[in-house]
Design a protein around this ligand. Structure first.
Ligand code: GLN
Length: 500
């Protein structure tokens, strides 16, 4: 399809699917913007395309700064915020010829799992397999996921702190990739929990995700957590030992984490998981049960650490330096107190309170410090099972001798324990949209986040599910060792869009 034709189709779909609420702001694609697509079309015919995304319409989650479109984080705290600069990732995409088509809806500041905690109302998902409009899109990058699933854009950027591109991908039948922590720049991305935040990529197939990753996978001096060229070379060298290099052509060892087979797993997800493993075995790979014993504690640790970091990050929206200011506060009121009371939604307030508590002197040792310890154990669990060593860990080369023989290459597990719920089943019901019930959705995504590992969710369709003749769609997650992003994408390509 021509680039212009694809762009026009996306723009038409933005109108048709406006009720899904995937976008907060869309670009008026008149004049110069469409001209960019035409120019890319000309370059394409001349064989001088700037990149694989030249002339493609890309949607950007609304917690990533754009100079010429407002950035709201779906919050009243940032009403009408206009960033004076583009985030590095936006700059990189535009330099590669991509056109930013709009800003997508999300849970306020990225906090949530269903994209319902938005000042602009919930995102709704239109599932290909069920043709229903009322399902949860997952969160917090639900707007990006729905924009991709309904072809309102070629691909989209999201952010993933504890699963926010992978869960929406699983719920909407799209591909969601969270690269290793530090590979993609976060300069200009509004911080939620810095030690976990990553920019993620969403697409309708693995190859379009791969194209965007190729554009964004670069060092950025403006982001102090972005890996330098030196460290990147070290990571690559780490993957070039004879045993690891042979993975390019020989069968892989696929790990199945036994702790992920929880009682809450729905039958359709379990079926998609086991058929995916059977398919990989038919492709010649071997399957190995492995144990990640700290998995059980990962979710609790995440929900201590992420709110703690959030409470400190969100302190800046005080109406003095950042955020809206309630300037008509009555005499005697503090601008600060009035502003913070009205700007944030209930879920964000809950996280700030939780975070402030776990960082308080009395609670610190029992909550924050314990959670940090669990985080180390989660990382250690992964390091024990992978064949490749953790390239940034001290003394990893020693461990490498042993694990190169016995370790596995990637883990395959579900992305979410169950299919997407109906929005009507929980809208307006605070006990379901927050608290442990909603947090449970992240149980399979947070371990890789705590360890900073690359992970991708891909859609797998199961036919004649449980002998009923029904078709079910589930997200299957592939997790790799730190820095092994290319292998994760390669395995994902093999399973991508399979009917099993
Ligand atoms: N659902 C998780 C949370 O609310 C993950 C969010 C994210 O990855 N941004 O913290």
């Amino acid at each position: 399809m021509s680039l212009l034709r694809e762009a026009e189709r996306c723009i038409a779909n933005q109108g048709t699917h406006a009720t899904l609420n995937a976008f907060i702001t869309t670009r008026q694609h008149s004049g110069p913007w469409l001209q960019r697509v035409r120019d890319a079309e000309t370059r394409r015919t001349q064989g001088t395309s700037k990149s694989a995304v030249d002339g493609r319409l890309i949607a950007i989650k609304d917690n990533i700064c754009t100079r010429d479109l407002p950035t709201t984080c779906a919050s009243n705290a940032l009403d009408e915020f206009a960033s004076p600069f583009n985030a590095t990732v936006v700059e990189q995409l535009e330099n590669a010829g991509a056109v930013v088509t709009g800003k997508t809806n999300l849970d306020e500041f990225g906090m949530g799992s269903h994209s319902v905690h938005s000042r602009f109302g919930p995102v709704k998902s239109l599932r290909r397999d069920r043709n229903e409009e009322s399902l949860s899109a997952g969160g917090s990058s639900g707007g990006s996921a729905v924009a991709v699933a309904t072809t309102q854009c070629h691909a989209a950027l999201g952010t993933d702190t504890g699963g926010s591109v992978r869960l929406p991908a699983a719920y909407t039948g799209t591909v969601g990739f969270k690269p290793s922590y530090g590979l993609i720049s976060r300069w200009g991305v509004v911080a939620y929990a810095n030690s976990l935040d990553t920019v993620g990529i969403m697409g309708r197939d693995v190859s379009s995700v791969n194209d965007i990753f190729g554009v964004l996978n670069r060092p950025d001096l403006r982001d102090p957590t972005s890996l330098s060229s030196f460290t990147r070379s070290r990571i690559d060298a780490n993957l070039r030992t004879p045993a690891l290099a042979s993975r390019a052509t020989s069968p892989l060892k696929i790990g199945v984490p036994i702790e992920y087979n929880i009682s809450e797993l729905s039958p359709s997800v379990l079926c998609a998981w086991s058929r995916s493993l059977a398919y990989m075995r038919r492709q010649g790979h071997s399957i190995h049960p492995v144990s990640l014993p700290t998995t059980k504690l990962a979710l609790s640790a995440y929900y201590v650490l992420a709110p703690a970091e959030a409470s400190s990050n969100l302190a800046r929206y005080d109406g003095v330096r950042y955020g809206n200011s309630i300037s008509d506060a009555s005499p005697g009121d503090y601008i600060y107190a009035s502003t913070r009371g009205v700007g944030f939604g209930s879920e964000v307030k809950r996280r700030i309170l939780l975070g402030a508590f776990s960082l308080s002197a009395d609670a610190m040792e029992n909550y924050f410090i314990q959670a940090q310890r669990i985080r180390r154990l989660v990382q250690h669990d992964f390091d024990t099972v992978f064949r490749a060593c953790q390239p940034l860990a001290f003394g990893s080369a020693v461990k490498n001798m042993d694990s190169e023989k016995n370790g596995i290459d990637v883990l395959i597990c579900p992305t979410a324990p169950s299919p997407p719920p109906r929005i009507s089943s929980f809208m307006g019901n605070e006990t379901v949209t927050s608290h442990p019930h909603a947090y449970m959705n992240d149980v399979f995504t947070v371990p890789a986040s705590l360890a900073g590992l690359p992970a991708i969710s891909i859609p797998v369709t199961v036919d004649s599910f449980v002998d009923s003749g029904d078709v079910a769609l589930a997200g299957i997650q592939i997790i790799g060792q730190y820095g092994d992003d290319r292998l994760v994408l390669k395995v994902a390509e093999q399973l991508d869009g399979k009917r099993l």
